[in-house]
Design a protein around this ligand. Structure first.
Ligand code: DAH
Length: 339
């Protein structure tokens, strides 16, 4: 019997199992009720009394060794299993945190997308411009206050070179080079000599739209504006046009939308009027078409321009304009782009 126990001890030393099934087979073979060790335990009755002590100790040692071996095999393949299943060798070694899009970019894309659906395409122009494209071609009189140093940044005291004060300058650039039909949307940064506060900044962003063709009418403008307002602020949005003045459009209007915070009921945001102003627009002044080489007797057009910050404030209720340019990630992280 002792010989048998010794050979079992070394056998158990050598056994291996690489999965739960193999381990279970080993357990049945050695440790189950009818397993080798249990049978030996039963035979223990027949051992001669003078050998009982020695054989008993060895038998216990065998049982304990078998149990320990089963446990260690189990631990071994379970930790291997973990390694195979969970380690992705293609993963980077350090966490990569994703950035978010700037709220102004999100809203700019959204505005452009809406106009693209109406057949408009993107046009861009320089931020450092000349007087002709920013003012003169757009029918600004010589003494118009917008030309004043207090509103406009001039480059190196040269009165002819300015930082553009609006994206309407891109209208001129496109019309000078292209004959109608023209249907463009011009997003971009503009600059004005303003004292920086929560409601004004020396740079901000605008989107300009221009449509010139035969028979373009004010009704076309209104339809495009209504489509834009509903797409941007929701199907229930109403619009209202108020007569206004811009040198480059005639007639001109400013558009209000029904306040998207109170639904037109009246609240502090819309100063209890139920309406908020969002853009300027009008029919392109014939002088502007002629200035750019487009025959105003054949063609008409509409134009509109809006501030992206203003639209963003309406959508996200950002109370302080300065947040847009301070690069505070706690602010920026709150905006997730749909694009
Ligand atoms: N350029 C104007 C501004 O900066 C906005 C504007 C008003 C653009 C009317 C237009 C327009 O095209 O028709 O305030």
């Amino acid at each position: 019997m002792l010989d048998k126990i010794h050979s079992l001890l070394s056998e158990i030393d050598r056994v291996t199992a690489s999965n739960a099934d193999e381990l279970e087979a080993l357990r049945i073979k050695y440790l189950s009720k009818k397993g080798i060790i249990s049978v030996l335990m039963d035979d223990f009755r027949n051992v001669a009394p003078e050998q009982k002590r020695e054989v008993g100790m060895k038998l216990n040692e065998l049982k304990q060794k078998a149990q320990e071996k089963m446990q260690s095999l189990k631990d071994q393949f379970e930790s291997n299993k973990g390694k195979d299943a969970e380690i992705d060798l293609t993963r980077t070694a350090y966490p990569v945190s994703l950035g978010t899009r700037h709220p102004i970019s999100i809203v700019k894309e959204e505005i452009c997308d809406i106009f693209k659906r109406l057949g408009f395409s993107i046009a861009e122009g320089p931020e450092v411009e000349d007087d002709w494209h920013v003012f003169s071609s757009l029918n600004f009189a010589e003494d118009h206050p917008a030309r004043d140093m207090q509103d406009t940044f001039f480059i190196q005291s040269n009165p002819d070179i300015v930082l553009r004060t609006h994206t309407s300058s891109v209208q001129t650039r496109v019309m000078e080079k292209t004959q109608p039909p023209i249907r463009i949307i011009c997003p971009g940064r503009v600059y004005r000599n303003e004292a920086i506060s929560y409601r004004a900044h020396c740079f901000f962003h605008q989107v300009e739209a221009l449509y010139v063709d035969k028979d373009v009418s004010f009704a076309d403008l209104k339809q495009a504006l209504l489509f834009f307002a509903k797409e941007m602020f929701g199907a229930d949005t109403k619009i209202r046009l108020r007569p206004s003045y811009f040198p480059f459009t005639e007639p001109s209007a400013e558009m209000d939308i029904s306040c998207n915070l109170c639904g037109g009921e009246g609240c502090p945001f819309c100063k209890y009027t139920g309406w908020v102003e969002i853009l300027g627009c009008g029919m392109v002044d014939p002088n502007v078409l002629d200035n750019c080489g487009i025959d105003s007797k054949i063609y008409t057009g509409y134009a509109l321009g809006m501030g992206i910050e203003r639209i963003t404030n309406l959508k996200y209720q950002v109370k302080d304009l300065r947040m847009f340019s301070e690069n505070d990630v706690r602010f920026l992280e709150q905006f997730q782009a749909a694009h």
